[in-house]
Design a protein around this ligand. Sequence first.
Ligand code: PEP
Length: 254
Amino acid sequence: MHRSKIVAGNWKMNKTLNEGIDFIKILKESIPELRITKAIVGMPFIHLASAGPYLNGSFSIAAQNCHHEAQGAYTGEISASMIQSAGAEYVILGHSERRQYFKEDDDLILKKVKAVLSHSLTPIFCCGEPLDIREDDTHIQYVNKQLENSIFHLSNEEIQKVIIAYEPIWAIGTGKTASSAQAQEMHKEIRLSLADNFTLAIANEIKILYGGSCTPANAADLFSQKDVDGGLIGGASLKTNDFLELIRIAEASI
Ligand code: PEP
């Protein structure tokens, strides 16, 4: 089964508007067109509308969160229709930092996924286990539960529009990457669960990204794994050279 690759950056709460737009200009000038990889930059909400005009078919932008309601009295929140109107095509949802610091649970994340899908945006749904669960060797059950409690409630039609990012929490921002074998093991399990809950054809189509201290030094190995369809990149997405190199590695690993 041949799936194209995705390299998605997650800037988190970094970069002023000018810094962000300068980065996007460099990205676009350095790689005007990608053959088979899609590059996505997940940026703060306020950058989205200004970054949009610099993008093309190869490069897209993502929001990093979204409120689950369509509109209303939710001071400080941003809806899916606002994100769409700013030119984003993707929304990162259920990131472990949102789960940890903002107490987002599987139920709420499912609502957000549905809100995003209903505005023709693509959710990048994050899952992944903390260190104690990995050490207990119950990581597969843990991640399956996250999926069962959230995106496995979607219809066959809806799930096909979701990108999954497996991000072991112990590897995020720690410099500790999952080995390519550990990543492949979990990605394969996720795909098997997708086949069980939906269909084999759907499972084979869905993109599953790896996230967690992915850098140009380890990406070739990770991206060459059968069930790893690219990466969700935090720290290394803040540096133009690293991010460009990750895109080149993804293009070369097809
Ligand atoms: C992330 O936060 O999604 C992430 C993968 O971060 P890092 O690459 O810095 O580990």
